[in-house]
Design a protein around this ligand. Sequence first.
Ligand SMILES: Nc1ncnc2c1ncn2[C@@H]1O[C@H](COP(=O)(O)OP(=O)(O)OP(=O)(O)O)[C@@H](O)[C@H]1O
Ligand SMILES: [Mg+2]
Length: 281
Amino acid sequence: MTITTDRPVGALEVSVPVAPSMSMFDPIYLGIDEFGAPVYIEVIYRNLLVGGEPGGGKSGLLNGICAHAAYSADTRLVLFDAKRVELGLWRDCADEFVGPNIKHALSVLRRLAVVMDNRYAWLDAHQRRKIVPSDGLTVITSVFDEIAFYSATTGTKAEQEEFSSLLRDIVARGRACAMPVIAATQRPSFDIIPTSLRDLFGFRAAFRCTTPNTSNIVLGHGWAEQGYSANDIDPTNQGAAYLLAEDGTPRRIKVAYLDDAQIIDIANHAAWIRRPQSVTA
Ligand SMILES: Nc1ncnc2c1ncn2[C@@H]1O[C@H](COP(=O)(O)OP(=O)(O)OP(=O)(O)O)[C@@H](O)[C@H]1O
Ligand SMILES: [Mg+2]
């Protein structure tokens, strides 16, 4: 079900998705662009990498996506939150909530890899290439805030490497089997996550970056030289970002922000909607 506003202006016509009939196969509302037009992205067959300086608005964006996912009856949430409190309000909506524990993170990622293998076996058996809504399989959305803690800060080197390679596997193969990844990190340089992992993310969102070089690391090489640098975002303009998605060129957006009280309301309602499924699962 969607509610359509009765505004006459065609280009800015907004349709507001209403729970619980939302789906991860639907475009996700992120906010508005420079002209005030709504911005949506479809992450289902892509993955989103979010970067930018502390306080830029990364977790705000992740929370918006979690709200959509929590209200999507066809979606399971797997949350990795090194700080516990950034995504913690969605804990009751998630199948798994991983805090600052690399061993827990690895065991969940290994399980996701098995699910992914099973889904590919199913696709193979049905001579299919990707999962579509009519298949009736749930989307498994994994959200990471933030990757650097698991890939470069905690645990042994072997554990960090295993984390990066398991995550790379899900980012690389998860798309077609409805297992998208949304991951945030302040600065995804090669010493934090392997370049081979970073480059697999199809969509990017760069919140304010301290240098054009860091902006390029988030958005991809060369965009700053072409005038798209998240370094030019005012430090007081939290929630402003450059989004590189379907249209292939970064565009300036302002992310819609849910405050804690709103998140608690949505999360409680979504958890209640989800309760029968989690009891039987
Ligand atoms: N879209 C937004 N609109 C308005 N204010 C925002 C928006 N996003 C974030 N803010 C403000 O900025 C603050 C910091 O945002 P957020 O926690 O998302 O940053 P972050 O990039 O995740 O930082 P860190 O790297 O430290 O985790 C929020 O508490 C909020 O006050
Ligand atoms: Mg954050």
